[in-house]
Design a protein around this ligand. Structure first.
Ligand SMILES: [Zn+2]
Length: 132
């Protein structure tokens, strides 16, 4: 696990430093207030190799037993853009985003609309639909 410094820019692209953005969420000191905040923190967790956080914030109904990106080469996450955030009702929301990463020397983009559910005051990622 990398030990990011408190003053580094948050990988989620908010423009804030990690310690004032996703850092407290990744460290379990606070919980995401919105589905978008959870989405951002999960992206930051990918970028910082915090796989336990990715699993902890994955709804039990769809959570894989482990993250399958253990095999080399690992993607290097280079940017997140939130395109939309919509509440469907009090406990369901969707977030559309583009995540950019480099793999094998090439840049790729992942465009997904993810579904989130609020359970016991915590947001969880459920699943998502990929866009071409
Ligand atoms: Zn952040």
């Amino acid at each position: 696990m990398k030990k990011p410094s408190a003053t580094q820019a948050c990988p989620c692209g908010s423009g804030r430093v990690l310690s004032a953005c996703c850092g407290p969420l990744l460290e379990g000191r606070s919980v995401a207030p919105t589905a978008e905040a959870l989405m951002r923190s999960r992206y930051a967790a990918h970028a910082l190799d915090r796989e336990a956080y990715v699993l902890d914030t994955w709804h039990a109904s769809t959570r894989p037993p482990e993250i399958e990106s253990q095999a080399a080469p690992r993607p290097r996450w280079i940017g997140l853009t939130i395109l939309g955030h919509q509440h469907l009702d009090d406990s369901h929301a969707v977030v559309e985003f583009v995540a950019r990463y480099r793999l094998g020397g090439r840049a790729h983009r992942l465009h997904e609309t993810s579904r989130f559910v609020l359970e016991g005051q915590r947001w969880y990622y459920v699943d998502g639909d990929l866009h071409e």
